[in-house]
Design a protein around this ligand. Structure first.
Ligand code: NAD
Length: 254
């Protein structure tokens, strides 16, 4: 069995849990981090190759304690997946400072803090960082002033990390998922938003947690050993298209 250890944040459910399961299938051990202790312990029970760490990635002291505990338990970190995220859709006029800060605290501060705290461990393994942004960070849309801006910042933060940390052999890449039917998405995707996504995605469907996890684990693996500073959309083609798709679709239906 590989000695490799992945630290996955937001691992209690959704894309983080699917990533944990796929790492284990590929022979890794996983430090599962989440602030929702009940859900995390439910998810990690029965996974012999994983351990649960209940911490909030947006709080600096908790991040330092978490990294210390992971090193004590596993002795090394080969990959960090900054996946924990929150979504809050609202218009600019309705997004008060506390809503803005809540989104930034997890989605942006959390990625910065966990990455920074794990650099010493990643230097030792010449490991990999994978940050989870979103297609909302690549394309502006309505209601996403905080969420979309936080994710655009994660895309740039990834490039900053690649620029500086390459010197240590650490790779940093970013995955931008399209819509996936997780608890996070279903809390903010109205029927109108779901229909709009189907219309705008060449593959004409939502993605699965597993499809996103496949890209994440590839970027953490040696197969991606010369890939750094990249932003990969796993989005059914959403980001690459412009006008005309719905019209084309209605023609091919005839
Ligand atoms: N589902 C989608 O459609 C979609 C699309 C694009 C990007 N994403 C991104 O993918 C990532 C995972 O999303 P998901 O859909 O699986 O969400 P989810 O809500 O199912 O899971 C997110 C997990 O993160 C945890 N979490 C949130 N804030 C935290 C914090 N401060 N500290 C520790 N844990 C915290 C939650 O408790 C939860 O278990 C997020 O960054 C999200 O923005 C999701």
């Amino acid at each position: 069995m590989s000695e490799k250890v992945a630290l996955v944040t937001g691992a209690a459910r959704g894309i983080g849990l699917a990533t944990t399961n796929l790492f284990i299938e590929q022979g890794w051990r996983v430090a599962m981090v989440d602030r929702d202790g009940d859900e995390l312990h439910k998810a990690s029970s029965g996974l012999n190759e994983a351990s649960a760490f209940v911490h909030d990635v947006s709080i600096p002291d908790q991040v330092d304690d978490m990294v210390q505990s992971v090193i004590t338990s596993f002795g090394r970190i080969d990959a960090v997946v900054n996946n924990a995220g929150v979504a809050d859709f609202g218009q600019i006029e309705d997004t008060d400072f506390s809503r803005w800060r809540t989104v930034m605290a997890t989605n942006l501060d959390g990625v910065f803090l966990v990455s920074q705290a794990t650099v010493p461990a990643l230097r030792q393994t010449r490991g990999a960082l994978v940050n989870i942004a979103s297609i909302s960070g690549l394309r502006a849309s309505t209601l996403r002033v905080a969420y979309g801006t936080s994710k655009a910042a994660v895309i740039h933060l990834t490039k900053q990390q690649a620029a500086e940390l390459g010197e240590y052999g650490i790779r940093a890449n970013c995955v931008c998922p399209g819509p996936v039917r997780t608890k996070l998405a279903m809390a903010v995707h109205t029927p109108e938003i779901i229909a709009a996504y189907h219309d705008a995605i060449p593959l004409n469907r939502y993605g699965s947690e597993r499809e996103i996890a496949e890209v994440i684990t590839f970027l953490c693996s040696d197969k991606a050993s010369y890939v750094t500073g990249q932003v990969i959309a796993s989005d059914g083609g959403f980001e690459s298209t412009g006008v005309g798709l719905p019209a084309l679709r209605s023609q091919s239906d005839q």
